[in-house]
Design a protein around this ligand. Structure first.
Ligand SMILES: [Zn+2]
Length: 137
């Protein structure tokens, strides 16, 4: 589910970036056109200058919007962690979540006492802001 939303977000942002690059190229060519007409003292130069500046402003705005949206996406998806515990000696091991992990799933025997290793918890790592909120509540 989360992988799917991530890929969609990435797809959308790459399309947006292509649109921004095209808009930037078009506005730069409009500005070049304006410069060309300025040398030839053509009165339509003002129109091209306007198109160029509006294009530049719009693409810059879009670029800033996409950047802030991408930042929010990376903040939203901290890594998922799996905690493994030995039922016999209490040996605890934390590793990244793997496909097929579920709570109370039995794994290989313990490397210390040959007891049964079991998944005790699966959770997302909480960032510093989350910890602060917990202290104050
Ligand atoms: Zn053990």
């Amino acid at each position: 589910m989360n992988d799917e939303t991530d890929t969609t977000a990435r797809k959308i942002s790459s399309i947006v970036i292509i649109v921004i690059i095209v808009a930037l190229a078009l506005s730069l060519s409009a500005l070049y056109q304006a410069y060309d007409l300025f040398i030839n003292e053509d009165p339509t130069m003002g129109l091209w200058l306007l198109i160029g500046f509006i294009g530049l402003a719009l693409s810059t705005y879009m670029l800033l919007q996409t950047r802030s949206r991408m930042k929010r996406f990376t903040l939203k998806t901290p890594p998922i962690t799996t905690t493994i515990i030995c039922s016999k000696c209490g040996f605890k091991n934390v590793r990244n979540f793997e496909r097929g992990d579920y709570i109370l799933k039995k794994l290989d025997s313990c490397s210390k006492c040959k007891g049964t290793l079991m998944i005790s918890a699966i959770y997302r790592k909480v960032d510093e802001k989350g910890k602060e909120l917990k202290i104050f509540s």
